[in-house]
Design a protein around this ligand. Structure first.
Ligand code: SF4
Length: 319
């Protein structure tokens, strides 16, 4: 029986996708900054947004973290945190040259992609990095072997690729891409380069994959899908696109104040999820805001249970 058939007229239903919201990499990155703010003397600088969420950044800023775009804004010798998206080797070198006290909050699953980039480049391959131009994670990964790496954004672009040796090509992906679209791009690459090699396990991370599967399970039963996340959050944007590909109107909201009343007209079943960088409390705030508009039933739909946890870096644990 569908959700609408179960509910009496006048009652709105929220279908809550699970898993949603914070992933292990985001929790670790935020915990690193919080730990440093609590235990270190002096300012804690963070290069770029620690994770792509305006509320997370504002909260940490309010607690004293100083967010900067580049290392030039960090005084010599100061503590600086690298964000969850990772950095290129050039940034690491610059920080070392400046004598900065670096704490690395790069997600271990982004580090995995960097390691693969170095390994593939070291064996002489042209490395095709599937990802979005300008994203911080992509810029960091490209920096591992810039002369041997080509950024690929769409399946249509495969035909235009020029590689030194078509028998020595490997691919990597950004961790937060759409699973279905990326499979199409990899298929196009395999057709063009039959000897193509890839990572031993998917680069699209468990959290991105799980959130997309969870949303797929509720998207078509929903009249509207709201995704909590910020506009620069890649995995949140992919969730909005995914819901729309299932034929359901979908919008990205930073918090309940972004909800336009006209979106809710005629929407009896509202699918709700959150990107991996969006705090769970914002999902609760959206539910509370919807409940103020009339009777509401909340049904959680869990497709898998996540148990991944990443330990804090040793220098943080020891401080
Ligand atoms: S979305 Fe994936 S890669 Fe990014 S921080 Fe979370 S677990 Fe790590």
């Amino acid at each position: 029986m569908s959700v609408t058939a179960r509910n009496p007229a006048g009652v709105r239903t929220v279908l809550l996708a699970s898993p949603r919201s914070f992933c292990a990499g985001v929790e670790r990155a935020i915990a690193i900054v919080e730990h440093l703010l609590d235990h270190r003397d002096g300012p804690v600088y963070v290069r770029k947004q620690i994770v792509h969420n305006t509320h997370v950044v504002a909260d940490l800023q309010a607690r004293g973290a100083v967010f900067v775009e580049e290392l030039d804004a960090v005084p010599d010798g100061a503590t600086v945190v690298f964000s969850a998206h990772g950095v290129s080797p050039a940034v690491r070198t610059k920080a070392a040259d400046r004598g900065l006290d670096v704490i690395d909050a790069t997600c271990p699953l982004v580090t995995k992609v960097h390691t693969e980039a170095r390994r593939f480049a070291a064996r002489g391959d042209t490395v095709i990095l599937i990802g979005h131009a300008g994203h911080e994670e992509v810029e960091g990964t490209l920096g591992e072997a810039p002369d041997q790496t080509i950024l690929l954004q769409t399946a249509e672009d495969v035909a235009d690729l020029h590689v030194a040796d078509p028998t020595r090509v490997s691919y990597l992906t950004q961790t937060t891409l759409a699973v279905d679209e990326t499979a199409e791009i990899i298929h196009a690459l395999q057709s063009r380069f039959p000897a193509l090699q890839g990572p031993a396990s998917d680069d699209i991370c468990y959290a991105t994959t799980n959130r997309q599967h969870a949303l797929t399970a509720i998207a078509e039963e929903s009249d509207l899908v709201l995704v909590v996340g910020s506009t620069n959050s890649s995995n949140s944007l992919r969730l909005v696109e995914l819901a729309r590909r299932h034929g359901t109107p979908s919008y990205l909201i930073d918090d309940p104040t972004d909800i336009h009343p006209e979106w809710l007209q005629g929407a009896r079943v509202i699918g709700l999820t959150a990107g991996a960088s969006a705090p769970p409390r914002l999902v609760n705030a959206v539910i509370a805001a919807l409940a103020e508009l009339g009777p509401l039933t909340v049904v959680e739909h869990e497709t898998t249970r996540e148990t991944v946890h990443f330990a804090l870096p040793t220098p943080v644990r020891q401080s």
